[in-house]
Design a protein around this ligand. Structure first.
Ligand SMILES: C[S@@+](CC[C@H](N)C(=O)[O-])C[C@H]1O[C@@H](n2cnc3c(N)ncnc32)[C@H](O)[C@@H]1O
Length: 283
């Protein structure tokens, strides 16, 4: 092969790779399978459906399989979630974690947090939907947090795109799946990728992409080519792998479990716990 053939074929290869990369980005960022038709551009208004569900829950109108206000993957009584509750309880008791910030809090009276064996932490929970916070405070009015293994609980209306309170551990479960990529990046930039760190450790818990795509997140270099779907509005839905574009976080998958989103209990919802130990350059 002469030098010109080599130069020209390398240039064609580079051009095709560049084109392929950009076409992929356009397709992924404009995908319609992530548009549930319920999303909006106002982060506060888009989640008002949860306040409505909380009203229905208090009137006993939600069907049993969907009885948690935040959805079936938030139900403390669900058998399929028990392995996750047990795993989280052991994770917490094996580490020196005395304070937790959890965003979003969702709805404690019907939610998953009652299923976990907490180990003496101060627990601050924030949610952008005021009705969640109202119901959570009412629930704890006549209860001692120690009943659930916590030293204290605090509930605040708050937006995860803004600065959150500091703690040893940040938990975010089933929330960024409903937030567009640009807003997740803002959350990470404000609260996670900061120096000095606001949290020692972070647990991200969410639906993961199907395995054919998810496995590439573990492959060096290749993971920089793979990209998460975007969702057009707040309250839409997309699966998340924080290792791939546009996040590129150095997270480790610590635990996987399955949940169901349907009345027929089909386990169609693989979830992952992605763990991050925060650090600053040079530390
Ligand atoms: C599917 S629920 C999950 C609730 C809870 N994390 C759980 O796993 O049960 C989504 C919640 O995210 C809250 N939320 C959405 N955007 C938020 C934001 N920017 N800051 C704080 N909470 C938010 C909504 O109000 C809603 O309660």
């Amino acid at each position: 092969m002469g030098p010109w053939t080599l130069i020209i074929s390398s240039a064609v290869f580079a051009l095709l790779s560049w084109l392929g990369y950009h076409i992929r980005s356009v397709i992924v960022d404009n995908c319609t399978h992530c548009d549930t038709g319920e999303g909006g551009q106002d982060p506060q208004k888009s989640f008002e459906g949860y306040a409505e569900r909380a009203e229905q829950w208090s009137r006993g109108e939600l069907p049993d399989w969907d009885v948690a206000v935040s959805g079936p993957a938030s139900k403390a009584e669900a058998d399929e979630l028990k392995p996750f509750f047990d795993w989280l309880g052991s994770f917490l008791s094996s580490r020196n974690i005395s304070s937790i910030v959890d965003v979003s809090s969702g709805h404690w009276p019907s939610g998953w947090q009652r299923g976990v064996k907490w180990s003496g932490q101060d627990y601050t929970r924030l949610d952008i939907t005021p009705k969640m916070i109202e119901d959570n405070r009412a629930f704890f009015k006549d209860k001692d947090p120690q009943q659930y293994g916590l030293r204290s609980v605090t509930f605040e209306v708050g937006d995860m795109l803004k600065e959150l309170p500091k703690a040893d551990l940040l938990i975010t479960k089933d929330t960024i799946i409903h937030i567009p990529n640009w807003a997740i990046l803002k959350f990470l930039e404000t609260n996670v990728n900061v120096c000095p760190p606001r949290y020692r450790e972070v647990l991200f818990i969410h639906d993961r992409p199907p395995y054919w795509k998810f496995r590439w997140g573990a492959v060096p270099l290749v993971r920089h080519i793979v990209r998460n779907w975007d969702c057009p509005g707040f309250s839409d839905f997309h699966e998340i792998d924080l290792r791939v574009a546009p996040y590129h976080l150095d997270v480790v998958n610590l635990f996987e479990f399955n949940s169901s989103t349907r009345a027929d209990r089909v386990m169609d919802n693989p979830k992952v716990v992605q763990y991050m130990k925060t650090s600053c350059p040079g530390s």
